[in-house]
Write a protein that binds this ligand. Sequence first.
Ligand SMILES: Cc1cc2nc3c(=O)[nH]c(=O)nc-3n(C[C@H](O)[C@H](O)[C@H](O)COP(=O)(O)OP(=O)(O)OC[C@H]3O[C@@H](n4cnc5c(N)ncnc54)[C@H](O)[C@@H]3O)c2cc1C
Length: 472
Amino acid sequence: MNENIKELMNSVVQNDYCIGCGICATLKGSQLTMGLDEDGKFRPFEENSTQNSKMDINPLTVCPFSNYSKNEDEIGKIAFNLENKANFNEYTGYYLKNYASYVKEGEFRKKGSSGGMGSWIASQLLRLNLVDGILHVKAKNDSDNNMLFEYQISYSEADLSKGAKSKYYPVEMSKVINLVKENEGRYALIGIPCFIKSVRLLAEHDEIIRDRIKFFIGLVCGHLKSEMFAKSMGWQMGIEPANLKSIDFRKKLVGKAANNYGVEVTGDVKGKRVVLSSPTKSLYTTNWGHGLFKYNACEYCDDVVGETADVTVGDAWLPKYTNDSMGTNVVIVRNPIIQNIIEDNRDQLFLEEITTQEVYQSQASGFKHRREGLSYRLYLKDVNGESRPNKRVQPSNDISEKRKRVYEKRIQLYKQSFDAYKEAVKVNDFNVFVTYMNPIIKNYDKMAGPSTVRKILRKVKRGVYLVLNKAN
Ligand SMILES: Cc1cc2nc3c(=O)[nH]c(=O)nc-3n(C[C@H](O)[C@H](O)[C@H](O)COP(=O)(O)OP(=O)(O)OC[C@H]3O[C@@H](n4cnc5c(N)ncnc54)[C@H](O)[C@@H]3O)c2cc1C
C-alpha cells in the first residue's frame, strides 16, 4: 500500500476521525472504495492492499481531518481575500453580509427544510447560466445496498427541487466527484462544512476540480448521523430497519414553531406499504443535544457554519423567527457574486440583515460544543496520550466541573448508542435499545439540566411576568 494511504488509514480511519467524505477514494492510485462500517457510517476500505501504487496527490493533504491539510482559516484566507471587503469573525469565518431570509417566490420555502434559500441560490446559479449542474443529496433511484440517499448531479431546476430538504444521513462524494472529473462543465457543490472543506482542499491540488467546481454552498452543521438514526426513527414508528424505504426528516408542522418539526417515513409493514408521521421531538432518538448515532469525527470539528463555502445556509434558530412554522434561514454570504444575486432579487425574498452576534446566537449550543467542548475533548485526548487531529481550538480543561461532566457524558451517549442499537437489532426489539440507553440518558439529562436554584428562579421570573402582564 502507498505509504501516505497507510498513514491516512492509521491516523484518520482506524482512529475513527473519518467523516467518510470519499475524497481520498477519488485520487488516482488510491485503491480505496467507500462503504459503510458496522456502525452505519461511511469510510474508505482498501480495494487491493498488495499493490504499491503511485499517487499524484497526497491523500493526507486533502483529508479534512488529517494533520497535513490546511485548516478553515487558511483555506478561507485564500478563497475570500480581504480586498473583497470580507470581514472576519472567529465563529463565522470570512463574511460579507449575514441575513435572516426566506424565499417568497414559488415553492422553495414550502419544499425546503428552512426558508428554501439553499435550493433557491442553487437554482439561481442554474438560471443565470453560471453553472451547468449542482452536486447535492437526493433520494436514491434504485434501492440496491439499501441506502436511501446519495450525492447526485442535478442539471435543471426541476431536478434540483426534487432534492430539497436536509438529509441527516451518511453520504459520500466519490461517485459525483469522479463524474465531475470525467465530464467537462461548471458545477456547484452543496454540502456540510467538512465536505466543502475537503473539495476546497482537492481543488488546490487538482486543476480539473479547480476549474469545474465554481461555487460552494455550505449547510450549517450540528453533526452528521449514521444510518442508524433514520432506521431508529422508522423503527419507533413501526417500520423495521430493513423495511424502511424513504424518510422526510423535516416535515413542517403548520401552526407549530419552526424548530418543532415532524418526520415522515415510508416502508413495509406486514407486506403492505405504509406512510407514517410523527412530531420529531416525541421520538426517543431525536434530541440533538444527546447526539445519538453521531460520527466521532464531528466531535473533532470546529467549523459549525461552513467557513470555506461561498455562502452558508442554516436555520435561523432565533426567537424572532422560530414562531413561523414555514421556516427562516440564516444566511452567511462570502462571495460577492452570491451577494449580488441575493441583492438583485430582493423582491423575491424576505431579507433582513443580521449581525454576526445574531448568527452566533442562532447556533449558540453548536458553537459552545464545538469550541469550549472541543477544547476539553482535545485536552482529554492529550492527557490520555491518544492521537487526535490538530484543530484551531487549543486543548484546555479550564471549564467548570459541571461542563466537563456534560462533555464526557455526551461522548458516552453517542458511543453507547451504536452498541445499544446493535443489541436491539440482534433480538429485533427496539425496546432493548431504550432499556440500554435509559440510564445513560437519564443520568445526562439530570446533570446537564438547570440546577434546582435556577429552576426556582425561572419559576419566580415567570410568575412575576404573568402578574405584571395581568396588571397591565
Ligand atoms: C447533517 C446536517 C446537519 C445540520 N445541522 C444544522 C444545525 O445544527 N443548525 C442549522 O441551523 N442547520 C443545520 N443543518 C442545515 C439545515 O438542516 C438546512 O439544510 C438548511 O437550513 C437549508 O435549508 P433550506 O430550506 O435553505 O434548504 P433546502 O431548500 O431544503 O435545500 C437543501 C439542499 O441541501 C442538500 N442537502 C441536504 N442534505 C444534505 C447533505 N447531508 N449533504 C449535502 N447536501 C445536502 C439538498 O439536496 C438540497 O439541495 C444541517 C444539515 C445537515 C444535512
